[in-house]
Design a protein around this ligand. Structure first.
Ligand code: THU
Length: 136
């Protein structure tokens, strides 16, 4: 499948799960979709909490689905948020993705009313610390 076709699938999965987002405090409605190593897609939405720091990003739920299905490698990840500007992955999620992905994978940020922005994980998280350091 071409990147264009894959991105259509990921955009649709991330956009669809936004409907389940529990984001009544920020009203920032986010969906994320992971393409995993065997072609499966795992999607997640953000979940907020009255105790604000306890919120979970959409990427966390997508990773949780992937891990629950006993799959460990992210091949591509797509995130969709409000508005026209691409929703940029937070610092914590960059590190979470790094745990399960090669640095050259493409990550796509998209504001639902705008255009996608594609870059590599290495571009988002240069000079990163990862699991390879702990296996040396
Ligand atoms: N959020 C995500 O779910 N993913 C991101 O990449 C950026 C931010 C959520 C967390 C919180 O529920 C809301 O957006 C506002 O920060």
């Amino acid at each position: 499948m071409s990147h264009t076709a894959i991105d259509k699938v990921l955009f649709e999965a991330a956009s669809a799960i936004r409907a389940r987002s529990y984001s009544l405090y920020s009203n920032f409605v986010v969906g994320a979709a992971i393409l995993a190593d065997h072609g499966q897609v795992y999607a997640g939405c953000n979940i907020e909490n009255a105790a604000f720091p306890q919120r979970n990003c959409a990427e966390v739920l997508a990773i949780l689905g992937m891990i629950s299905a006993d799959t460990k490698r992210i091949k591509r990840i797509y995130v969709v948020g409000n508005g026209a500007a691409p929703v940029i992955f937070c610092g914590g999620c960059r590190q979470r993705i790094r745990e399960f992905a090669d640095l050259d994978i493409e990550v796509i940020s998209h504001g639902v009313d705008g255009e996608p922005l594609t870059c590599t994980l290495e571009h988002l998280l240069p000079h990163s610390f990862g699991p390879d350091y702990l296996s040396k």
